[in-house]
Design a protein around this ligand. Structure first.
Ligand SMILES: O=P(O)(O)OP(=O)(O)OP(=O)(O)OC[C@H]1O[C@@H](n2cnc3c(O)ncnc32)[C@H](O)[C@@H]1O
Ligand SMILES: [Mg+2]
Length: 198
């Protein structure tokens, strides 16, 4: 098994780092790729899997360490799965608030029954930059898009994502609760199993 004492997280997203570190606990220390480079690789893949592998390889190459990447996003049924892999870039790189405003606008007048959506998370772990066998784990989280933002926790689209099992928005969940049930939690659960960490 690879030595996971030193693992680099191939992400420039502080929200992801916080959640993934909380899920992994103290047995694995995640170092952010931001410590090594501020250049973000272009996410040229057409799928979450391709982008996750691309980011993991890039981080392993830059850091010389095993690398974990998270490619995630929101797939909205009414929009045919958009913004999907383009979730971070939905409002052309203007950030979370603009992304959320654009999504609310795209779903203006869409009734509740047609506002289904899922968060998707793909985790990719590579032992080194050219690893021919990346470990891939996927997690989905089903919910619905609210008609207005609610809640202060989390990041990204959390204030717009209604969680049926809690009857709260994802941004109204405590961080600990989100980390038990989210798309990222499901993917991480599978990863821990694959690594024999549970
Ligand atoms: O690529 P890295 O550097 O990891 O950081 P990123 O923020 O660009 O991450 P992605 O390319 O994977 O894009 C993910 C998008 O999906 C959103 N997203 C993913 N997980 C989320 C979560 O748990 N809650 C809210 N939004 C989430 C997030 O806000 C981004 O807009
Ligand atoms: Mg990204």
């Amino acid at each position: 098994m690879m030595n996971l004492k030193q693992l680099v997280l191939a992400s420039h997203n502080a929200g992801k780092l916080k959640e993934l570190q909380a899920m992994l606990g103290e047995s694995v220390q995640l170092r952010s790729i931001g410590e090594f480079s501020s250049v973000e690789p272009e996410e040229t893949g057409l799928s979450f899997v391709e982008n996750a592998i691309l980011k993991a390889r890039n981080a392993a190459r830059i850091s010389g360490l095993p690398a974990l990447a998270d490619d995630s996003g929101l797939a909205v049924d009414f929009l045919g799965g958009a913004p999907g892999i383009y979730s971070a870039r939905y409002a052309d790189g203007q950030g979370d608030a603009a992304n959320n405003a654009k999504l609310l606008d795209a779903l203006k007048d869409v009734p509740e029954a047609e506002r289904g959506a899922q968060f998707v998370c793909v985790l990719a772990l590579v032992r080194h930059a050219d690893d021919p066998l990346p470990i891939l784990c996927e997690g989905l989280w089903h919910g619905r898009i609210l008609t207005a933002a609610s809640g202060e926790h989390g990041f990204g689209y959390d204030p717009l994502f209604w969680v049926p099992e809690r009857n709260l928005s994802s941004a109204e969940l405590t961080p600990a609760d989100k980390n038990r049930i989210s798309h990222r939690a499901r993917a991480m659960d599978l990863l821990r199993q694959r690594l024999g960490l549970k």
